[in-house]
Design a protein around this ligand. Sequence first.
Ligand code: GLV
Ligand code: MN
Ligand code: MN
Length: 412
Amino acid sequence: MNLAIDCERLNSEIQALGQISEAEPPVVTRIVFAPADLRARAWVISKCKEAGLDVRQDAVGNTFARWNGSDANAPAVGTGSHIDAIPNAGKYDGVVGVLGGLEAIRALQRSGFQPKRSIELLIFTSEEPTRFGVGCLGSRLLSGALSAESAEKLRDSNNESLEKIRREAGFEGRLQDVKLAAGYYHAFVELHIEQGPLLEREKIPLGIVERIAAPASARVVLEGAGGHAGGVLMPDRKDALCAAAELVLEVERAARSTGAMDTVATVGICEVFPGAVNSIPSRVRLSLDVRDTDLARRDGVMDEIARATEAISKKRQVAVQTELLNSDAPADCATQVVEALADSCRKHKLNFLPMVSRAYHDSLFISRIAPTGMFFIPCRKGYSHRPDEYASPEDIARGALILAETLAKLAG
Ligand code: GLV
Ligand code: MN
Ligand code: MN
């Protein structure tokens, strides 16, 4: 098989998709079902159709682009990632797995390879949690990790339901039907940028993921008492932001206290009400995101944060309500996929690093229904979720090549 990745075309497609953004490029913002996300979907679908793939979309907008294999009844081999992007993001997160997956399929087509199993590119809906508060929305539904009933209750910050928004975006049908049948995929493999600094630092071109961390997230609302910034004396205050400030530092302390590199915790949202310079904050909403590759350790951190919350609430007489949004288990990548990736690397004499993924990915959920693997390419300084995120065309093409070979091996 003579496989050749069209590096120039793949990179120019990544740059072109980066132009479809709610924010001024090079900043990429594509919130799920907002106009830029819908335009980006249409653009990617047109590229898939140009490649002769059969495209279908499910009720939540997960998009499947299939290269039919000679055995129509055999479970397919899947690859893919996401194209939605958090506010103020870059061009590569998710996109490398989608457009790299498409180019891997085109390279296999050009080589004359005929798959026995169908090879399917999957573009997941809302890997990012921005709009509905929960990440991996599409893959949670595909795997059954999220029920249709729970999904129907999801609302965005304008209190609009997922049900209404997805229908307005043109996705009809029942959310109950999104879940994939058992055995739908023979195997699944996702290519992604590392989103961390290790590959670049070690000068290693590829990372093969063995375990994906367990994320938990919550919404925390602190309710104190507002009032005049001049009139209310300091001993009488129940300042919700001061309580929130203590809590944010407790979150950091709890994560650091494990001493493990794999424990991370972040408060990324802090909304202050009423938000006036001369008004004491009466209400604060915080987001909480805690991750670890070890479930018990992650839950230990969550427990510690809960204890700290209670103590701060009592001390400051500020009521605190915590709503747990998700609390997921880690995933082990499937040996069969890890081995197929490693074989390709060895064939090309490419050094690779066995890694964990501290970021979550749709593969976390697909691994519950199919043997799943992931691999990483380096990204500059480990930057991700920021506009200067960058992966070199050569590293991306190398990833697409390893992906193509791995898909070919798995598809037979
Ligand atoms: C995915 O974007 C994550 O937050 O890990
Ligand atoms: Mn992301
Ligand atoms: Mn991603």
